[in-house]
Design a protein around this ligand. Structure first.
Ligand code: BEZ
Ligand code: FE
Length: 290
């Protein structure tokens, strides 16, 4: 490689030395990832002519992010989300042929209760009743038996239980074991757009950048089945506000679905629904694990 100035030569040797310094890692993958990270971060410093003041500001941003991070709140995940890094990781790790994955977000809980297929999650709360049904299939279109859904969403006020002391911590979330034919269904409510947390350094960065703070309405679903690659994804109601302007870049073609008026009298009767309600139908496609 040719260099055009003594400063270029100097920076090149710093970059090479820093990259090589990770060659001693016991885990070769750690060595590879760290060397590449150093390479691209150094290129960024060089290309942007980053000043010392800007670099210090960056460190202060990370320090403030650490200060606000605790067991409940992770500002670093949010940094990854609003920079599109979480979504890029989804894109590059996506197995070919399955339903696209999307961001996990900060409101997933591991302790959701397993409820019978066909459960009613609404429990008298406000919100447009929505019958969510579908199947879990393989890339050959055949149903996958013994699949499990882990489902969560926000309430009619746009908040998740972790943000709203009025809500039961288990509100509008559950795990569902699908049927042998891959089918599942549950009664829930229509989700709502909401803003990412803006009371920390990420909020300040979004404001300084004149960026949006909203996510379109969505359901979160993790789909798992024996012998298949697990899927973390989201479904977005067609026509939701912010569908073209998701501040965490989670919307993908194939994940935007129609929420249509339902005329299914049997379902209305089963759940005791007396008002008009919606239905949404989705087929989750899982790829076989190697
Ligand atoms: C969410 O979908 O809940 C979410 C995702 C990324 C950042 C913040 C919230
Ligand atoms: Fe969410």
């Amino acid at each position: 490689m040719t260099t055009s100035s003594p400063q270029d030569a100097l920076s090149l040797s710093v970059t090479e030395a820093a990259m090589r310094s990770f060659g001693t890692a016991s885990n070769p993958r750690l060595g590879e990832v760290m060397a590449l990270l150093v390479k691209h971060l150094h290129a960024f410093v060089q290309e942007s002519h980053l000043t010392k003041a800007e670099w210090l500001q960056g460190l202060e941003f990370l320090t403030a992010s650490a200060a606000i991070t605790d067991g409940e709140r992770n500002e670093f995940s949010l940094i990854s989300d609003i920079m599109g890094i979480s979504s890029m990781v989804d894109v590059v790790s996506q197995p070919v042929g399955g339903t696209p994955s999307s961001v996990l977000g900060p409101f997933h809980n591991h302790d959701s209760k397993v409820k019978p297929n066909g459960s009613d999650l609404t429990e008298g709360q406000a919100g447009e009743r929505t019958w969510f049904k579908g199947r879990v299939v393989g890339v050959d279109g055949q149903p996958i038996p013994n699949a499990e859904l882990d489902f969560w969403q926000n309430a009619d006020n746009g908040l998740y239980p972790a943000q709203d002391p009025e809500q039961d911590p288990h509100n509008l979330r559950c795990k569902i074991k699908c049927e042998a034919d891959g089918s599942f269904n549950l009664l829930t409510i229509r989700p709502h757009p909401y803003t990412v947390p803006t009371d920390g350094p990420v909020g300040a960065l979004l404001r300084a950048s004149n960026r949006g703070i909203w996510r379109p309405a969505h359901y979160h679903v993790i789909v798992s089945a024996p012998g298949h690659v697990g899927l973390v994804t989201e479904l977005f109601p067609e026509g939701s506000d912010y569908i073209d302007n998701d501040t965490v870049f989670g919307v993908r073609p194939g994940l935007v679905v129609p929420f249509v008026p339902s005329h299914n009298k049997a379902v209305a009767e089963r759940f005791g629904i007396e008002t008009p309600f919606l239905e949404v139908n989705f087929e989750f496609c899982l790829v076989k694990a190697n």
